[in-house]
Design a protein around this ligand. Structure first.
Ligand SMILES: Nc1ncnc2c1ncn2[C@@H]1O[C@H](COP(=O)(O)OP(=O)(O)OP(=O)(O)O)[C@@H](O)[C@H]1O
Ligand SMILES: [Mg+2]
Length: 256
């Protein structure tokens, strides 16, 4: 199982939209995906329409509960989720910046069956807090969704610096898998310039797939459907399928 933390400390950059729709497009392509909602806002949990999520992932931080017992099925092909809840805010307060607190998620993850899922996608909160740090200590890769807006560029630098610090001190195998331009509005010069700037700064790390601005992606959560079901032939589904193909193409690189 490849675990990928979907991270950008900047709020509203497309983390949850990418977690949910990359999960559903990977699922469509035959991959088995476990989404882990690590955000107290529980947006991914709500998006999948999980009924009575309980405390969800909070339980591993405040109790000795097995991650496997927290897994919930979804209506989406190939996709399961470990939900979040507002209880996570409380969990974060009892954690400290010490090795035991930073390794709670990593340790819990060891007890998941290794062959039940191909991917774990961790939807992180918009902060480098202890929940995000737990995700980064337990993950193999980081995927950074970036809103195609000038204000977003300094944030990318900060995420890469955070990943580097984590890699040096706590998780030597952590690396940035991909930077994904999101909310790309081809009608504006500004949006295009930001994507060009991303490509010139970060080269091959930037995905070829660009997620275009698409109202259906913004509407889908209210219907508790990923874009593959809500608007399976539209631009949003096309763009996330292209991203899923790129992620799948890196499987060979990783295995060899
Ligand atoms: N490609 C897109 N087209 C149109 N709207 C989008 C697109 N991607 C994201 N959005 C909208 O932008 C807002 C922020 O997206 P999202 O919730 O995915 O970001 P986030 O990084 O998870 O936010 P947070 O930091 O609060 O967790 C949402 O209202 C979402 O519907
Ligand atoms: Mg989010």
């Amino acid at each position: 199982m490849r675990s990928i933390a979907i991270l950008n400390q900047k709020g509203g950059s497309g983390k949850t939209t990418t977690s949910v729709n990359l999960a559903s497009t990977l699922g469509e392509k035959g991959r088995r995906v476990l989404v882990v909602d690590m955000d107290p806002q529980a947006s991914a949990t709500d998006w999948f329409g999980i009924d009575k999520p309980g405390r969800g992932i909070t339980d591993i931080f405040v109790d000795d509960v097995s991650l496997l017992n927290l897994v919930r099925a979804t209506d989406v092909l190939g996709v399961a989720i470990i939900p979040a809840s507002a209880w996570l805010l409380g969990a974060e307060k009892v954690l400290r910046w010490d090795p035991p607190s930073l390794q709670v998620f990593k340790k819990a993850k060891r007890f998941l069956p290794s062959n039940q899922w191909d991917y774990m996608l961790i939807d992180c909160p918009p902060a480098l807090n202890l929940l995000t740090a737990n995700a980064l200590v337990g993950a193999d890769y980081v995927l950074i969704p970036v809103e195609a807006h000038r204000m977003a560029l300094p944030g990318v630098e900060r995420v890469i610096a955070s990943v580097e610090t984590l890699r040096r001190n706590l998780n030597s195998k952590l690396s940035v898998l991909m930077i994904v331009p999101c909310r790309v509005d081809s009608r504006t010069r500004h949006s295009r310039d930001v994507v060009d700037e991303l490509r010139s700064r970060y080269g091959k790390l930037v995905s070829t797939a660009e997620i275009r601005e698409n109202i259906k992606l913004a509407e889908a959560p209210a219907h508790s459907m990923p874009i593959t079901i809500f608007d399976g032939r539209g631009k949003g589904a096309i763009d996330y399928r292209a991203l899923a193909d790129e992620i799948i193409a890196t499987e060979k690189r990783i295995i060899s």
